[in-house]
Design a protein. Structure first.
Length: 339
């Protein structure tokens, strides 16, 4: 038994609590998690309990924007002010009542990507047993004369293999029907992302967000080295099967990851390519919406709602890959499954 070899459990795995000191991130609460098998990540408690950093066996997987850590006190909810404090990290959750471009919808001014990722989590706790590390957090998005949504987040990190599961249960605790939008903005960065990286999304249908993206739709899955004056491109994917799937692998570091989710509920998947100098990031983004804006989705009759007392649950699974053989087997299996 391993406990005979160690003094304290943290020698192998566990959760450690930290606070940042100095700069715009001063005072932010962080949970550092290690599973003992090479999976290492940080939960940013004060930013919606999102995952800011993700490492696997020493290699960074996440993109960290030039702003770095920024506390929610600096959040600017006007227009694209979100970008001033967009740390990105491995996961930024967008929502819960607005996702995508800033817009006016039903007389309400909505900021870029909503407010949930700039809301500190409450009732945070964690536990560890022989099989898993589990973190619980509650995010309160309730306002007077407006929406009253609560998000109950559960992050489960396996200690048997290198897998993560994110489960969000969203409850409408108010008395009115409310738009419900959520997008899991997973941001892949160097060295997992480079011109050598292979992207695999076995969807049944793909469309470009705009004309600029459309002109490169035949090479939507090809990565480039950092470009001068690169303009972002978005591609929307749909899955015919119940299970959605996306993966990225870089043969230079012999590592990658795969994302899977229930495409009946997270029925949109966006690939965001932003391959500029220092703005070098690939977004793999399951959601119940696309990032075109709430006004667009209402106009297209695709906007989703949550009624009084209703509960909706979303789940995403993330698995680390550490060999080209494993990557090849996964691609072959998914191609057979989807086609």
């Amino acid at each position: 038994m391993i406990h005979k070899y160690i003094g304290h459990p943290s020698q192998v795995s566990g959760v450690e609590e930290h606070r940042l000191v100095g700069g715009k991130g001063d005072g932010m609460r962080l949970l550092e998690v290690r599973n003992g098998l090479g999976l290492h990540f940080i939960v940013s408690v004060d930013r919606g309990a999102d995952i800011s950093r993700l490492y696997f066996k020493g290699d960074n997987y996440a993109y960290i924007s030039p702003s770095g850590y920024v506390a929610p006190a600096y959040y600017d909810d006007k227009g694209t002010g979100f970008l001033k404090s967009f740390t990105a990290g491995f996961l930024t959750t967008c929502g819960l009542t607005a996702v995508g471009a800033p817009c006016e919808d039903n007389g309400q001014e909505l900021p870029l990507h909503g407010t949930v990722s700039n809301t500190p989590a409450e009732q945070v706790n964690y536990m560890e047993n022989e099989d898993n590390i589990v973190i619980h957090a509650v995010v309160n998005q309730m306002r007077l004369f407006s929406e009253k949504l609560m998000m109950f987040r559960k992050i489960t990190c396996s200690k048997r293999d290198n897998k993560l599961q994110i489960e969000d249960r969203i409850e409408n605790k108010g008395g009115q029907v409310t738009p419900l939008m959520i997008l899991y903005h997973m941001n892949i960065g160097y060295p997992l992302l480079s011109e050598h990286a292979e992207l695999f999304v076995p969807s049944s249908h793909i469309t470009a967000r705009n004309k600029h993206s459309e002109k490169d739709i035949l090479t939507w899955d090809q990565m480039l080295e950092p470009q001068d004056n690169f303009e972002e491109q978005c591609y929307y994917h749909k899955f015919e099967r119940e299970r959605g799937f996306a993966g990225i692998f870089n043969p230079v570091i012999h590592k990658g990851l795969v994302i899977s989710f229930d495409a009946r509920f997270l029925d949109y998947f966006t690939v965001w390519k932003m391959l500029g100098h220092r703005d070098y990031v690939l977004g793999l983004e399951p959601g119940n919406c696309h990032p075109g804006g709430r006004d667009v989705m209402r106009r297209d009759d695709t906007l989703k709602f949550i009624g009084p007392g209703e509960t909706v649950t979303y789940q995403i699974e993330i698995e680390m890959i550490q060999s080209y053989q494993a990557w090849k087997r996964i691609k072959e299996a998914k191609i057979c499954y989807f086609h």
